[in-house]
Design a protein. Structure first.
Lengths: 107, 133
């Protein structure tokens, strides 16, 4: 009985701990990715002559958890010109299961 | 029919108590994991709504600065109609959007969070507000 109890507790709480850590890690990565998307979009909106891809790379470099990741970057502008005043800019970043979205209008 | 020995009876009692203990701990583990995943999902949904609201207010203010002849309702409706379908949030809607003191955009956007477990009807309305000047 004691052996069963200790064995089960070790197994269950081991799984519990692993799963909990994975959930929090996923959450941390999601928040980090949203921050990168938000910061890159705001930077680009204030500097429309800059390259949005480079802005993403710069902000990605500031977050160590994405050091070894290759972010997928998707940019859409409406109308198609991404530099004129009044243009709507949409940025979507993804890595693994995490997806982050950000948007803004160029002043 | 021979009577069972004391030893046999004891084994049977032990086996029963072990099963109850096992099921109780298993139920606790499942409840804990469910609560953890739900809390995490709700937190991320709230963050997503907060981000969307902030960016919506800022974009709307920028559009108003560029085109001061259009009404805030018209611009807000157009902007939200373009942005909302890109988010996977249930019942996403603008609760209110108005111009305060003629300069500050105040937006409130709400969404309904659903528990990420099929068959469990657990939901909560999340509303976030943002200002842009």
């Amino acid at each position: 009985m004691l052996l069963e109890a200790v064995g089960f507790a070790a197994l269950a709480f081991g799984l519990l701990l692993t799963f909990s850590l994975q959930v929090f890690d996923l959450e941390r990565r999601q928040l980090g990715l949203e921050q990168v998307a938000r910061n890159a979009t705001r930077y680009f909106i204030l500097n429309p002559d800059s390259d949005l891809g480079e802005a993403v790379s710069s902000f990605q470099a500031l977050d160590q958890q994405f050091d070894e990741d290759q972010l997928e970057v998707s940019v859409r502008c409406q109308p198609t010109d991404c530099q004129s005043s009044g243009t709507f800019v949409w940025l979507e970043l993804s890595v693994g299961v995490n997806v982050a979205k950000a948007f803004g209008v160029i002043p | 029919m021979p009577r069972p020995s004391v030893l046999f009876r004891r084994r049977r009692e032990d086996s029963g108590s072990s099963l109850i203990w096992f099921i109780s701990v298993l139920a606790l583990v499942v409840l804990y994991l469910g609560a953890l995943v739900s809390a995490s999902s709700q937190f991320l949904a709230a963050r997503q709504v907060a981000d969307l609201t902030e960016q919506f207010a800022l974009s709307l203010k920028t559009q108003l600065n560029i085109d001061s002849t259009s009404s805030i309702d018209f611009l807000g409706r157009n902007l939200f109609a373009y942005v909302a379908p890109k988010y996977r949030l249930d019942n996403l809607h603008v609760k209110s959007v108005r111009l305060e003191s003629g300069k500050t955009v105040h937006a409130v956007i709400c969404s309904t969070w659903q528990a990420p477990f099929p068959g469990i009807n657990l939901s909560r309305e999340i509303c976030e507000e943002a200002f842009a000047r």
